[in-house]
Write a protein that binds this ligand. Structure first.
Ligand code: PGA
Length: 253
């Protein structure tokens, strides 16, 4: 089955409103004419609506970096799926390793967020990945298995079809140490096999699995050649139009 490649930029806690609008303006030009690749950007909450306005009429999709599972109420500092929808979001990133590491995210809270996103018609970019210690301890596959089982708990076929999985080995994020295409492919294949067991061959063949962790214009092509790597979740290199557009245009390199 043909899966549409999907490249998303995770801006993390970078860009003021003005800087974010400038960057998407540049991106619209740098990415004009690009076909057969889906593209999304995930600015911080404060810039979402302004970026949405700037993106009107463009195929670039808007993503948020997190959400809270309640619709509204006394949850100081949190943002609900309804708010994200109204601000123009199409996707939401859930379970990023920085959330797991620094903000107490667990498989259970990841699952609650994913369910809430899907109920409100937000598509999910669900992040998983092992730490260096886990990899060196030979625990990569059990960790991935646990994260998938926990994160997708209770979701049916149709819901999982609205989910993209981002495999991001924690040791490769922001470190300049990318997984080799073979190392990444091995885990991507494992993830797809797991999805087949949990759902079906048809479901697992349709789900896109992105790789994330120090993706650059230099290494994207080799990663995208792998049969189970369907795109990338890009951090550092998504903060400049030049490097991000080169990644999106990987076929032309
Ligand atoms: P990086 O971040 O590309 O800067 O390694 C990727 C991510 O955290 O999504």
């Amino acid at each position: 089955m043909e899966r549409l490649p999907f490249i998303a930029g995770n801006w993390k806690m970078n860009k003021t409103v003005g800087e974010a609008v400038d960057l998407v303006r540049e991106l619209k030009t740098a990415l004009s004419g690009v076909e057969e690749v889906e593209v999304a950007v995930a600015p911080p909450y404060t810039a979402l609506f302004a970026v949405y306005k700037e993106l009107e009429g463009s195929p670039i999709r808007l993503a948020a970096q997190n959400l809270y599972w309640e619709e509204k109420g006394a949850f100081t500092g949190e943002i609900s799926p309804i708010m994200l929808k109204e601000a123009g979001c199409h996707y939401v990133i859930i379970g990023h390793s920085e959330r797991r590491q620094f903000f107490g995210e667990t498989d259970e809270t990841v699952n609650r967020r994913i369910q809430a996103a899907l109920v409100h018609n937000l598509k999910v970019i669900f992040c998983i990945g092992e730490t260096l210690k886990e990899r060196e301890g030979g625990k990569t596959f059990p960790v991935i298995e646990r994260q998938i089982g926990g994160g997708l708990k209770g979701l049916g076929d149709q819901e999982v079809r609205n989910t993209v999985i981002a495999y991001e080995p924690v040791w490769a994020i922001g470190t300049g140490k990318t997984a080799t295409p073979e190392q990444a492919e091995e885990v991507h294949r494992f993830i797809r096999g797991k999805l087949e067991k949990l759902y079906s061959g048809a479901v697992s063949e349709g789900i896109r699995i992105q790789y994330g962790g120090s993706v650059t214009p230099e290494n994207i092509k080799g990663l995208m050649k792998q049969p189970d790597i369907d795109g990338a979740l890009v951090g550092g290199a998504s903060l400049k139009a030049e490097s991000f557009s080169k990644i999106v245009r990987y076929r032309e390199m």
